[in-house]
Design a binder for this molecule. Structure first.
Ligand code: BGC
Length: 749
C-alpha cells in the first residue's frame, strides 16, 4: 500500500488504475519497471520489460534526433541544419515526422531532441544540438517536442544539463554559476517542460559543480520537478548512473539501459558475438571488461559490466530503509503517468509511418531551408543553367553526408550524394567532371551508441579513386582549370564521444586552396557538424554550409547551387576566425584541468562574447545571404505591459527573385549595473517573399528578454532603465535600433 503519510508528487498525473497497479506490484516488480532490460526484438535502444501478470505493457525507447536508429528509416538533416532555418513551424513538422517514424518502427519513446547549448565549437555533438543561443534553442526544441508528442511518441529532452563537450564526458564537472545555468543552459529544458509538457528528460553523463547529473538533487528535484512542475520521468543517459541510492533519492526515475554493456545489443561486433555464445556460468563481465579496456573512456562507469544500479542493490537499499519505498512508487507513477497519457497502457497509440515518402520530401525541404550561404562574391551563385562544364571535387563528393557518428546514426533506404545530385540536375546539359583530390574522409561509426565500441569499427573503405589509385590533388587542379565552375565539397568527421577539430580533416584545406588558385570560380560546399576554420575563405567566390543534410544531400546541394530554392539558412552558431577568439579558449575553460571545466565566461557564450569583447567573427551568429535583396522599413516598437514590447517591421523583397529572410530582434540594456551581454536574441521570424513582395512582421518580446538572473535574490530581475531593441539580419548586421524605457516592473515569475 502507498504510505498515506508520504505526500505524493503533487504535479504527477495519476489515476485509479495507476494507483491500483502500484498497490498490486511487488517491490521486485516495481524495481524492474525503473530500469531497462533486454528487448526480445533487439531493436530498442532502451527497453522496460512488461509485467504480464498485471497486463502492463513494455516501454520501448529509440534514438535519436535525426531519425530512428537500427532499422531502415528516413535520415533527416542534423539538428543544427534544422536550427539554421530559424523556423518554428518547420521544427514542429520535423518533430511530428520523427514521432511518426518512432511509432512506425514499433517504439514508444524518442530519445531526442538534444538540447545542449553549443558552448564550445569543438563539441563533437554540435551537429545534434541547435544553437549557442538559449532563445533560439528553446523555440526550436519546444516545437520539435510538440511535434514528436502530437504524433503520439514521448519525446526526451537530453542531456540535462551542461553536457557541452564530449571529451571526458563521463567524468568532467561543468563548474558553472547558477546565473549561467539559468540564463544559458537551462532555458530550453525549462521551455520544453513548461510549454510542451515534455514526457521525459535524460540526465547527462557529466557532473555539474562536482555532482553527477544523475545524482543532482537540486537540478532533478528542486528545479526540474518542483520549480518547473515536470511531471514526466527522468531517465539516465546510457550507463551514466554510478550510485543507485544517491540517484534514486536525488530524483532519477529510470536507469538505462539497465543491462551490462556486453548483454546489450548482442549482435554487431565479434566480441559481442563471442561473449553471447559463452555459457552463463562464464564470467562474461570480466572478459568483456578486459576486451573493452583499451577503449574505455576516462571516467567510464565502473558498473558498465554489472547489473543495473536500480536492480537488486536498490531493492536491498529499500529494505534497509536507505530509500523509501514511496520514492520507488513515485518513479513508477511517473513512468505510468506517461504510459497512460500516450495510450501505451491501452494499446491506443496513433499509427506511425516508418521511412514514409512524405518524410523524405520533408528531409529535403528542411535541409534546403537550413543551407546557409556564407559568401557569394560576384553573384557566383546561383549557377547558370548554361554552364558548359562543372568540376565536382572532394574526397567524399559522391556520397551523401548523412550524419555524424554515434547514437544518432540512421540508415536510410537510399541516399544521394552531391555529385549525383548535380549530374541529375544538369541532366546532360553541362559536362560534370569528378575528382576526389585527396583521400576519402572516413565517416566515424560507433555502433555501440557512443560510449565505446567493443572492438570493431565499420569503415567506408580505402580512400581510393574509382580506378583504385590514391587520388592526386593534381587531378583535381587539372579538372578545375578546364571547367567554368568548380564545386569543392568538404566535410568533417564529427562524432559523439569525441570532440572535433575546427580544422577540416585530411588535406582538404590544401585541396581548396590549390583549386581556388587556378579555378575560374570556386564554390565550397561544407558538410560540417559545426564551425570550422576557413583559411581559404577570402580566396573562393562562394561558400555554402549545408551541415549534415541527411539522405537528400545531393538534391539539396543541387537545388541550392542552381537557385531552385533560396538558401534560407542563417547561422545558429558563430564562426570565429581563430580558436583563441572563442569564449572558452583557455585550457581551464575547455577541456578543463583535472576534470573540471571552468565556465568562467559565465553568460558570455557565443555571440554574447564576440560582441562584448568586440572580436570580429569570420561569420557572425544569424548570418546568411540570400539570392535576392531585402529592405526593412517602418520599424516601430510598441511597449506592452512593461517590460514586454512588440516590434513591427516591414520587410520588402527588392530583388528580382523570390527569397527568404529571417528578421532578428535583439535586446540589450544601455547602461547595466551588472555585466550583461550587449545584445541577446529576443525574437525572430522567417519570411518568404516573392520578388517585389512585402509584408509587415510583428515580433513579440517577452519580459524575460529584458531580465537577468540575480543570484543574490534567486530571481529573474529587470532593472529599470533604457534598453536598445536591435532589428537586423545577424548579430552584426543591425538595420534599425530603437530605445525603450523600462520602469517599475513587477517581479518576474
Ligand atoms: C548518448 C545518448 C543516447 C544513448 C543511447 C548515449 O551514449 O549520450 O544521447 O540516447 O547513448 O544510445
Amino acid at each position: 500500500m502507498t504510505d498515506p503519510e508520504t505526500p505524493m508528487d503533487a504535479a504527477v498525473p495519476t489515476s485509479e488504475r495507476i494507483e491500483s497497479l502500484i498497490d498490486r506490484l511487488t517491490l521486485e516488480e516495481k524495481i524492474d519497471l525503473i530500469h531497462g532490460g533486454i528487448d526480445p526484438d533487439g531493436l530498442a535502444t532502451g527497453y522496460v520489460p512488461p509485467v504480464e501478470r498485471l497486463g502492463i505493457p513494455a516501454l520501448s525507447m529509440v534514438d535519436g534526433p535525426m531519425g530512428v536508429r537500427d532499422v531502415t528509416a528516413t535520415a533527416f538533416p542534423a539538428s543544427i541544419a534544422l536550427a539554421s532555418a530559424w523556423d518554428t513551424d518547420l521544427a514542429y513538422e520535423q518533430g511530428e515526422a520523427l514521432g511518426r517514424e518512432v511509432l512506425g518502427a514499433g517504439h514508444d519513446v524518442l530519445l531526442a531532441p538534444g538540447f545542449n547549448i553549443v558552448r564550445v565549437p569543438q563539441c563533437g555533438r554540435t551537429f545534434e544540438y541547435y544553437s549557442e543561443d538559449p532563445h533560439l534553442s528553446s523555440r526550436l526544441a519546444t516545437e520539435t517536442v510538440e511535434g514528436v508528442q502530437d504524433a503520439g511518441a514521448i519525446a526526451t529532452a537530453k542531456h540535462y544539463v551542461a553536457n557541452n563537450q564530449e571529451q571526458d564526458r563521463h567524468a568532467v564537472s561543468a563548474e558553472v554559476s547558477e546565473r549561467a545555468l539559468r540564463e544559458i543552459y537551462l532555458p530550453a529544458f525549462e521551455a520544453a517542460v513548461e510549454e510542451a509538457d515534455v514526457g521525459s528528460v535524460m540526465a547527462a553523463y557529466n557532473q555539474i559543480n562536482g555532482t553527477y547529473a544523475t545524482e543532482h538533487e537540486w537540478l532533478l528535484s528542486d528545479v526540474l520537478k518542483d520549480e518547473w512542475d515536470f511531471d514526466g520521468y527522468v531517465v539516465s543517459d546510457w550507463w551514466a548512473t554510478t550510485d543507485g541510492v544517491a540517484a534514486a533519492n536525488a530524483g532519477l526515475d529510470v536507469d538505462m539501459p539497465g543491462v551490462p554493456l556486453h548483454e546489450w545489443h548482442v549482435e554487431g561486433s565479434p566480441v559481442h558475438d563471442l561473449i553471447g555464445t559463452l555459457p552463463d556460468s562464464f564470467p562474461k563481465g570480466t572478459l568483456a571488461k578486459l576486451a573493452a579496456s583499451p577503449w574505455l573512456p576516462e571516467g567510464a562507469n565502473p558498473n558498465l559490466f554489472e547489473e543495473s544500479v536500480f536492480g537488486e542493490s536498490l531493492r536491498e537499499a529499500v529494505e534497509r530503509g536507505k530509500v523509501p519505498e514511496t520514492t520507488i512508487d513515485g518513479k513508477v507513477r511517473r513512468v505510468f503517468g506517461q504510459m497512460e497519457r500516450f495510450g501505451i497502457f491501452d494499446d491506443d497509440q496513433p499509427d506511425g509511418a516508418l521511412d514514409a515518402p512524405e518524410h523524405h520530401d520533408l528531409a529535403r525541404r528542411v535541409a534546403e531551408r537550413g543551407a546557409v550561404l556564407l559568401r557569394n562574391e560576384e553573384a557566383t551563385l546561383p549557377l547558370s543553367e548554361d554552364l558548359d562544364s562543372i568540376a565536382v571535387i572532394g574526397p567524399n563528393a559522391e556520397t551523401a553526408k548523412i550524419g555524424g557518428g554515434g547514437s544518432s546514426e540512421v540508415t536510410p533506404a537510399a541516399s544521394i550524394g552531391p555529385l549525383s545530385g548535380i549530374r541529375e540536375r544538369v541532366d546532360g546539359g553541362t559536362t560534370v567532371e569528378f575528382a576526389r583530390g585527396v583521400e576519402r574522409i572516413e565517416d566515424p561509426h560507433d555502433a555501440e551508441g557512443g560510449i565505446l565500441d567493443l572492438g570493431v569499427s565499420a569503415s567506408d573503405g580505402p580512400g581510393l579513386n574509382d580506378d583504385g589509385e590514391v587520388p592526386e590533388i593534381g587531378d583535381a587542379v587539372a579538372a578545375a582549370r578546364r571547367v567554368d565552375v568548380t564545386v569543392v565539397v568538404v566535410q568533417d568527421d564529427a562524432t559523439e564521444s569525441e570532440d572535433r577539430s575546427l580544422w577540416l580533416p585530411g588535406d582538404q584545406d590544401e585541396l581548396v586552396a590549390r583549386v581556388a588558385d587556378v579555378a575560374d570560380r570556386t564554390v565550397v560546399v561544407c558538410n560540417t557538424g559545426g564551425p570550422i576554420r576557413m583559411p581559404w575563405a577570402g580566396d573562393v567566390e562562394a561558400i555554402v554550409e549545408t551541415w549534415y543534410p541527411g539522405q537528400e544531400d545531393g538534391h539539396v546541394t543541387a537545388s541550392v547551387l542552381f537557385g531552385d530554392v533560396d538558401p534560407g539558412g542563417r547561422l545558429p552558431v558563430t564562426f570565429g576566425r581563430r580558436i583563441d577568439d572563442y569564449p572558452a579558449a583557455t585550457e581551464e575553460r575547455y577541456p578543463g584541468v583535472g576534470l573540471q571545466a571552468e565556465y568562467g565566461e559565465g553568460v558570455f557564450v557565443g555571440y554574447r562574447h564576440f560582441d562584448a569583447e568586440n572580436v570580429k567573427p569570420e561569420y557572425p551568429f544569424g548570418h546568411g545571404l540570400s539570392y535576392t535583396d531585402f529592405e526593412y522599413t517602418d520599424v516601430s516598437v510598441k511597449s506592452g505591459d512593461s517590460p514586454e514590447a512588440t516590434v513591427e517591421v516591414t520587410v520588402e523583397n527588392v530583388g528580382e527573385r523570390e527569397g527568404r529572410d529571417v528578421v532578428q530582434v535583439y535586446v540589450g540594456p544601455e547602461d547595466p549595473a551588472t555585466p550583461r551581454p550587449p545584445k541577446e536574441l529576443a525574437a525572430f521570424e522567417s519570411v518568404a517573399l516573392e520578388a517585389g513582395g512585402q509584408t509587415t512582421v510583428e515580433l513579440e518580446i517577452e519580459s524575460r528578454a529584458f531580465a537577468y538572473y540575480d543570484e543574490d535574490d534567486g530571481a529573474w530581475t529587470v532593472p529599470d532603465g533604457e534598453y536598445t531593441i536591435f532589428v537586423g539580419r545577424s548579430a552584426r548586421n543591425v538595420l534599425a535600433e530603437a530605445s525603450v524605457t523600462v520602469s517599475e516592473t513587477t517581479p518576474l515569475e
